[in-house]
Write a protein that binds this ligand. Structure first.
Ligand code: HPA
Ligand code: ZN
Length: 346
């Protein structure tokens, strides 16, 4: 069989996307649980998965919307019981993205989903943190950890979680808001995020993934977020686009996630180039890579293969991620210097 001919410019862009150093700012660590690891942990912990095989589990990853995904995502977590399970999960992700030249990651975890199953917060954080520390030492990947509140639960439950987190605040870098968006607007969590901000923490929130532009407005006005996760529906509101552009807000966009959850109809219709053209500071992220068909480089590949992406777009997307990372000015300068070197060599 003759290999498919790929225009050399596309090939060059794919290679550059692979080679350039990258920061990932939107990653749910529980969403990196590959079926193979899920079965291994299920066996180790004596947990029964409702699927006969890895293939059957993977075949169930077909979603019409966010909720259909979340139902499977929360079920998949049932295999995570012990500190070493959280370690193995996080370490597997870090090893995988090291191949993609990810050098910095800011990851979410969903403690309420584990507390509900009786897993203490200290067990969760210790396992994740130990892997992040090994990731820094052995792979050179720096990281931040973001505690994400589940928005389908009450603000009271979020407050209880924040209370439980008090002994571990030095191991957390920020707070987020995820899960079922429609019907659970950011303003529902106004007081708990005010408390997080008082503690000096950074804030980010999923907004405008399925929800309306009003939810993005609320994330900005009420929660006073530092970043917006997804933000796709912002494009329906010209004044909001102008505001996001003026404020230089980073949007953590997740192309394969958007396709899998039917936020976009096809990759060719993904709005990431429109976002950049309208002055929005978009970045490329994987969200839940085990469920959505790929890690960061797969997301870049999908964009390159389906949209008229240029070298400049690639640079801007990678640059925005380092610029939006919650790291010191020195670290930022170091990463941007490395990014410039990768482009100078290309
Ligand atoms: N959206 C909302 N909540 C989530 C997601 C997502 O894409 N992934 C994990 N929790
Ligand atoms: Zn997400």
């Amino acid at each position: 069989m003759t290999p498919r001919r790929v225009p050399s410019t596309t090939e060059a862009l794919l290679q550059l996307a692979q080679r350039m150093p990258k920061a990932e700012l939107h990653l749910h660590i529980e969403g990196s649980l590959e079926p193979e690891l899920a079965f291994r942990l299920a066996e180790r912990n004596g947990v029964r998965l409702n699927y006969p095989s890895v293939e059957a589990l993977r075949a169930a990853y077909a979603f019409k919307n966010l909720q259909e995904f979340l139902d499977i995502y929360y079920t998949g977590m049932s295999v995570l019981l012990k500190e070493e399970d959280f370690y193995d999960l996080t370490w597997a992700y870090l090893l995988r993205v090291h191949q993609d030249n990810v050098v910095h990651v800011e990851m979410f975890f969903d403690p309420q989903a584990h507390l509900k199953r009786g897993i203490p917060l200290g067990v969760q954080i210790s396992g994740i943190r130990r892997a992040l520390s090994d990731g820094k030492k052995q792979l050179g990947i720096s990281s931040r950890l973001i505690l994400s509140f589940l928005r389908h639960l009450s603000e009271e439950s979020a407050f209880e979680t924040l209370e439980l987190a008090q002994p571990f605040l030095d191991q957390l870098d920020g707070f987020g808001l995820d899960s079922s968006e429609i019907g659970h607007p950011p303003e529902k969590f106004a007081r708990v995020f005010a408390k997080c901000r008082e503690g000096g923490f950074r804030i980010t929130a999923h907004a405008g993934e399925e929800g309306p532009p009003a939810y993005v407005h609320q994330a900005l006005d009420v929660l006073q977020v530092d970043r917006i996760d997804h933000g796709n529906h912002s494009l329906e509101d010209a004044a909001l686009v102008q505001r996001l552009a003026d404020e230089g807000k980073i949007l953590t966009v997740c192309p394969l996630s958007n396709l899998k959850l039917c936020v976009v109809k096809s990759m060719a219709q993904h709005p990431i180039l429109t976002m950049l053209e309208q002055g929005l500071r978009a970045t490329v992220n994987s969200d839940d890579p085990a469920y959505f068909g790929g890690y960061v480089n797969d997301n870049y590949r999908a964009l390159i293969e389906h949209l008229p992406l240029t070298r400049e777009h690639l640079y801007d997307l990678a640059h925005n991620a380092f610029d939006g990372a919650w790291v010191s000015a020195e670290e930022k300068a170091h990463h941007l210097n490395e990014l410039n070197r990768a482009f100078a060599r290309a």
